[in-house]
Design a protein around this ligand. Structure first.
Ligand SMILES: NC(=O)c1ccc[n+]([C@@H]2O[C@H](COP(=O)([O-])OP(=O)(O)OC[C@H]3O[C@@H](n4cnc5c(N)ncnc54)[C@H](OP(=O)(O)O)[C@@H]3O)[C@@H](O)[C@H]2O)c1
Length: 400
C-alpha cells in the first residue's frame, strides 16, 4: 500500500471530491475514472518521469509565455491602475479627523513628523518610544498642530509584553484604533566579518522586525473592528545590498515580505501601506548606529561613508507623503520617489548594482569604512552642503 502515500494521489483526490459537488454526472464519471487510473496504474518511477516532463515543459514555456503575456497585459493594466489610483485619490481619501493613530518610534525622525502630520489632520494620537521626555515634547507640539488628544506610552517594542501593553493602553484610553504605524527602528553599521560577536546584531531584528510583528499581532483585532490601516516602515535597503547594513537590510526585507503576505491573509478589509524610504533626515542619517560591540553610537564619519554622495530627503516632506499615501490607501510608497528606480536596477541588472556598491562603498580590507571612495567623494568641497539637510550635518543629538 506504499503507493497511496505519494502526494500526487492526494492531488487527484482533492479535485475529484470538490468536483463531485459542482459538476454534471458525465464529468464526475470521467474524473473518477481518470483518478482511478492514476491511482492504480502509475507507480512511483512513472510519477517521477511525469514530474520531470512537467518541469521541462514549464522551463521551456514559462519565459516566452511571461514575456508575451507582459507585453500584452502591462499597457492596459498600467492604464487601469493609473485611472483607478487617480479616482481613488479624488473620491476615496480617508478623513482621519477624530480617529485614533498609534505610532511607534515617535520620539524623533520620521515617527515624530508623522505625529505632526496626523495632528494637522485632527487625528487623536498614541505616541510610543523609550525616551519619555522626547515623547512629551513631541506630544505638546502635536497638540499645538491640532490633535485633540495625545497620549504618550513608554515602551520597548522588542519586548512582546510592552507591545501588548502599548495597544491595550491605546484602546483603553480612546476606545478604538484606526491606524497602526510600525515605525520604530534602529540601524547597524559593521561588516559581517568584523562583527566578532554576531549576537550583538540581534537588537536590529528584534526592534525592526519583531517589534512590528508583535505590535501588529495585538492591534489587528481592533483594526478589524474599525476597518483600520497598517503602515510599516520598511526601507529601500530591503532590495539594495548596501554593505555594513547586512542585518538591517535583512530586517527590512523581512518586513516587506511579512506585510505583503499579511495583505493576502487579511484581504481588502485591513489596508497595508508599505513605505520604503531611501535616505531621509533623522537620527539614523545623523549617524546613530548600533556598532559591532553592541552599543548605540553617533558616528558621522561612518555615516558619510555609508550614505555617500546620495541626496538625503527632508523629513517633513517624507512624513507628509506617508500620511497622504496612507489616507489614499496606497499599497507602496518610496520617498524620495526617484529612489524607486533603484528597484528596477536591482531587478534588471543586480550584478551592476553589487559591483557599484563594492566599488564605491567598500574600503580596502583592514582599513576603516571612512576610507571608502563614497566618503572621499562626499568630502569634496561643498558636496555635503548641497546633498545633506542641515539637521543631519549637526552634531547635536537628543539624549535622555
Ligand atoms: N532615515 C532614513 O533614511 C530611513 C530610511 C529607510 C527606513 N527608515 C526607517 O524609518 C524608521 C524611523 O527611523 P528614523 O530614520 O526616523 O530614525 P530615528 O530618528 O532614529 O527614529 C527611530 C525611532 O525609533 C524609536 N525606537 C528605537 N528603538 C526602539 C525600541 N526598542 N522601542 C521603541 N521605540 C524604539 C526611537 O525612539 P527611542 O530611542 O526613544 O526609543 C525613535 O523614535 C525606522 O524603522 C528606519 O529603519 C529610515
Amino acid at each position: 500500500m506504499q503507493w497511496c502515500h505519494h502526494p500526487i494521489h492526494f492531488c487527484y483526490l482533492i479535485p475529484t471530491l470538490s468536483l463531485s459537488h459542482t459538476s454534471t454526472l458525465p464529468s464526475i464519471f470521467i474524473h473518477f475514472a481518470f483518478s482511478a487510473l492514476v491511482w492504480v496504474a502509475v507507480d512511483k518511477k512513472e510519477i517521477m518521469v511525469l514530474m520531470g516532463l512537467i518541469h521541462t515543459f514549464l522551463n521551456l514555456t514559462a519565459p516566452p509565455f511571461t514575456f508575451v503575456f507582459l507585453c500584452l497585459f502591462l499597457p492596459p493594466y498600467w492604464a487601469f491602475m493609473f485611472f483607478h489610483s487617480t479616482l481613488n485619490s479624488i473620491f476615496n481619501t480617508e478623513n482621519i479627523a477624530g480617529k485614533v493613530v498609534l505610532i511607534t518610534g515617535a520620539s524623533s525622525g520620521i515617527g515624530e513628523h508623522l505625529a505632526y502630520e496626523y495632528a494637522k489632520r485632527g487625528a487623536r494620537l498614541a505616541l510610543c518610544a523609550r525616551r519619555e521626555n522626547q515623547l512629551r515634547e513631541v506630544a505638546d507640539t502635536a497638540r499645538d498642530y491640532g490633535s485633540p488628544d495625545v497620549i504618550t506610552i513608554r515602551a520597548d517594542v522588542s519586548t512582546v509584553e510592552d507591545c501588548r501593553r502599548l495597544v491595550d493602553e491605546t484602546v483603553n484610553h480612546f476606545g478604538r484604533l484606526d491606524h497602526l504605524v510600525n515605525n520604530a527602528g534602529i540601524s547597524g553599521v559593521s561588516t559581517f566579518e568584523e562583527t566578532t560577536d554576531v549576537t550583538n546584531l540581534r537588537p536590529i531584528m528584534d526592534i525592526n522586525f519583531w517589534g512590528s510583528v508583535y505590535t501588529t499581532h495585538y492591534a489587528v483585532p481592533h483594526l478589524k473592528d474599525t476597518k483600520g490601516k497598517i503602515v510599516v516602515l520598511s526601507s529601500a535597503s530591503a532590495w539594495l545590498p548596501a554593505p555594513r547594513h547586512t542585518v538591517y537590510n535583512a530586517s527590512k526585507a523581512a518586513l516587506l515580505s511579512m506585510y505583503e503576505t499579511l495583505r493576502v491573509e487579511f484581504g481588502p478589509q485591513t489596508h497595508i501601506t508599505i513605505v520604503t524610504p531611501g535616505y531621509i533626515e533623522s537620527e539614523i542619517t545623523q549617524g546613530k548606529y548600533l556598532q559591532r560591540a553592541g552599543k548605540i553610537v553617533f558616528d558621522q564619519d561612518t555615516r558619510d561613508a555609508q550614505v555617500g554622495p546620495v541626496p538625503v530627503g527632508t523629513v517633513t516632506s517624507c512624513a507628509k507623503s506617508i500620511v497622504n499615501s496612507t489616507l489614499r490607501g496606497d499599497r507602496y510608497l518610496t520617498e524620495p520617489s526617484w529612489f524607486s528606480m533603484t528597484h528596477i536596477w536591482k531587478v534588471l541588472c543586480p550584478e551592476l548594482l553589487e559591483w557599484s556598491y563594492r566599488m564605491f562603498y567598500m574600503s580596502r580590507t583592514g582599513t576603516p569604512a571612512t576610507e571608502a571612495p563614497s566618503k572621499k567623494i562626499l568630502d569634496f568641497n561643498g558636496v555635503k552642503k548641497v546633498l545633506y539637510p542641515e539637521s543631519i550635518q549637526s552634531h547635536e543629538v537628543k539624549v535622555e
